[in-house]
Design a protein around this ligand. Structure first.
Ligand code: PGA
Length: 253
């Protein structure tokens, strides 16, 4: 299993035309990028189907969220099956912005993961502590609790469709990155947690991504940690050149 992944999260940015331009530019670049990294992009939801239809086979498509429900009378929601049907490969679940602003609790995360797993949609489970938790030195306990509640109903995973993104909230969009040492320590902690939960064979194949102000200038250092398998990239994924530089950093790490 290829553990290295660089995934871009555009959040609520870009017009449809800008998205198409980005994809065309990326489709040219990607043929020159090392093939030992899985490359993924999470555009705004309204563009998913159109971008997935005209996509370079190496660029995986992710949704920034997914419904916790199945089909039925849920106005405004879209299910994991629908996303799979539109050619979407993964969904972000539990991103801190969704937890903070849209009420995505661990209980909802549990349901979303179940829907994705039933439908064969890959999961990128996001976790991360606040500055308050970090300053109190409680980050390991916090992450262990977040992971165990989010995965309380999961007994096994398909490693090719299950990814963890560690994103310290204090580093997201702030320009303040976790130090390489902080990222390395937390990723090693998460790997051990995954080994306890799923066993060594599975855990050693799960990708654990770092997210939070990762950019070309700090990617090499962050990715030099053995348990940092790539990144979930917000701001620096908006420009193809920056995103490609981060992919190269991952490939060479
Ligand atoms: P950032 O966002 O790279 O802009 O900090 C990362 C994320 O929220 O996934």
């Amino acid at each position: 299993m290829m553990r290295k992944i660089v995934a871009g999260n555009w959040k609520s940015n870009k017009s449809i035309n800008e998205s198409r331009e980005w994809m065309s530019e990326m489709a040219v670049e990607i043929d020159n990028l090392p093939s030992n990294v899985r490359v993924m992009i999470a555009p705004p939801t309204p563009y998913l189907s159109s971008l997935a239809d005209n996509n370079h086979p190496r660029i995986l498509i992710a949704s920034q969220t997914v419904s916790a429900t199945g089909t039925g009378a849920y106005t405004g929601e879209y299910t994991a099956e629908m996303l799979v049907g539109c050619g979407v490969d993964f969904a972000l679940i539990g991103h801190s912005e969704r937890r903070a602003s849209f009420g995505e609790t661990d209980e909802i995360v549990v349901d979303k993961i179940a829907r994705c797993m039933e439908s064969g949609l890959g999961v990128i489970l996001c976790c991360g502590e606040s500055l308050k938790v970090r300053d109190a030195g409680d980050q390991n306990d916090f992450i262990a609790t977040q992971l165990s509640s989010s995965l309380s109903n999961v007994t096994g995973v398909d490693e090719s469709k299950f990814v963890i993104a560690y994103e310290p909230i204090w580093a997201i969009g702030t320009g303040r990155t976790a130090s390489s040492e902080q990222a390395g320590e937390m990723h090693a902690f998460i790997r051990t947690w995954l080994t306890d939960k799923f066993g060594e064979d599975t855990s050693s194949q799960i990708s654990i991504l770092y997210g939070g102000s990762c950019k070309p200038s700090n990617a090499d250092e962050l990715f030099s940690n053995k348990d940092v398998d790539g990144g979930l990239i917000g701001g620096a994924s908006l420009k193809v050149s920056d995103f490609c530089a981060i992919i190269k950093a991952s490939a060479n790490s």
